[in-house]
Ligand binder design. Structure first.
Ligand SMILES: *Cc1c(COP(=O)(O)O)cnc(C)c1O
Length: 384
């Protein structure tokens, strides 16, 4: 069966993964090699050197392309290495428009590395299409979208941004790390590039750091493969294997993340000590209609603030959790909790971070796939 005809829950297991020819190994072998024997100069089996090609990485790249409904997949040593490759498509003087509550690492890469090379970045509230359009000029080349955003769970209308990018002949890239292709397919909605930190849900077991790009267009793919090989930020065969294994259960994990996410969000919403819960599944979430339109469910990422907005109280809550682990990152089978004001967003001045909603008592949860009753009881004892 061609991978294109498969349904999503089959693609995660079989996309790009055919039994190996030598011994019929069902799992793609870990080709832990840097180079490949040639019978005469240039006469080889399609693999010359592992920065350029590696069979295990190749299987992963095919899997990425399959699950994101694309044609070409590229795997990198981290999510940021994948983003780095996209920005290297640009020239000095080019401009990029992105969201004002972008993942901190992406913001740092844009402003601290690429601005030095003459690329200009604008950050706007991308839930407003007119705000984006206002910043478009003759130098604009790329729109960089992340949705849902971290940690405020804003939802950006991918289809509307894609219409805008086509109207102005721009590239549109979407960071699909939070939603995963189980919930949202940016290429089908008109994006040119979809990017992942596979470190999160795709890998799913908090045991690997890896990045992905998927595109449909052959010319764009050729440019990105050139950058991947020329810059060399590739992932190794062992990490490729672990990510392939993670992807096989993506659909069952995501189903449970969504169920548990809903149960935890509802519990928090009725709690007398909780002021506000940010989760796109609630009807009173400002972008609920867009979330309903472009996502098949609402995921397991939730943020909340306590009444009184007390910094110390938030610290006490995250320290008291027993089933949730206090840690950065997200998307693994185990539940994690984070306190952005003292962890991921600590380097942003208080006034700045509060403009985007990252107040002192904000706590972010990555709801895992444990028993939801245990998760709720854990929150109950920690919040008091
Ligand atoms: C983690 C993350 C990244 C960066 O990925 P790494 O694998 O850590 O390099 C980019 N975007 C989002 C939304 C993330 O959560």
């Amino acid at each position: 069966m061609s991978s294109k005809k498969m349904k999503f829950n089959t693609k995660t297991i079989h996309g790009g993964q055919i039994p190996e020819k030598g011994y019929g190994s069902v799992m793609p072998p870990i080709y832990q090699t840097s180079t490949y024997a040639q019978s005469s100069p240039g006469d080889h089996k399609g693999f010359e050197y592992s920065r350029t090609h590696n069979p295990t990485r190749h299987a992963l790249e095919q899997s990425f392309a399959s699950i994101e409904n694309g044609q070409f997949g590229l795997a990198f040593g981290s999510g940021l290495a994948a983003i780095d490759a996209v920005i290297k498509l640009l020239q000095p003087g080019d401009e990029v428009i992105s969201t004002n509550d972008l993942y901190g690492g992406t913001y740092r890469l844009f402003t601290k590395i690429f601005e030095q090379f003459g690329v200009k970045f604008h950050f706007v509230g991308m839930t407003s299409i007119s705000e984006i359009e206002k910043r478009i000029n003759n130098n604009t080349k790329l729109l960089w979208v992340e949705t849902p955003t971290n940690p405020m769970m804003n939802v950006i209308d991918i289809e509307a941004v894609a219409d805008l990018s086509k109207k102005h002949d721009l590239l549109l890239a979407v960071d699909n790390t939070f939603a995963t292709p189980y919930l949202q397919q940016p290429l089908d909605l008109g994006a040119d590039i979809v990017m992942h930190s596979a470190t999160k849900y795709l890998g799913g077991h908090s045991d690997v750091v890896l990045g992905a790009l998927v595109v449909k267009d052959a010319k764009l793919a050729e440019k990105l493969y050139f950058i991947q090989n020329a810059s060399g930020a590739v992932c190794g065969p062992m990490d490729s294997f672990l990510t392939l294994r993670g992807i096989k259960t993506l659909h069952v994990r995501m189903q449970r993340h969504c169920e548990n996410g809903k149960a935890v969000a509802r519990y928090l919403k009725q709690h007398p000590k909780i002021e506000k819960v940010y989760w796109p599944g609630f009807e009173d979430h400002p972008n609920h209609d867009i979330a309903k339109k472009q996502m098949s469910d609402f995921g397991g990422m939730i943020s909340f603030v306590t009444k009184g907005n007390d910094y110390q109280q938030a610290i006490r809550i995250v320290e008291s959790l027993r089933v949730f682990t206090l840690a950065e990152s997200l998307g693994g089978v185990e539940s994690l909790a984070g306190h952005p004001a003292s962890m991921t967003h600590a380097s942003i001045p208080k006034e700045e971070r509060e403009k985007t909603g990252v107040v002192d008592s904000l706590i972010r949860l990555s709801v895992g796939i444990e028993d939801s009753e245990d998760l709720i009881n854990d929150l109950k004892q920690a919040i008091g």
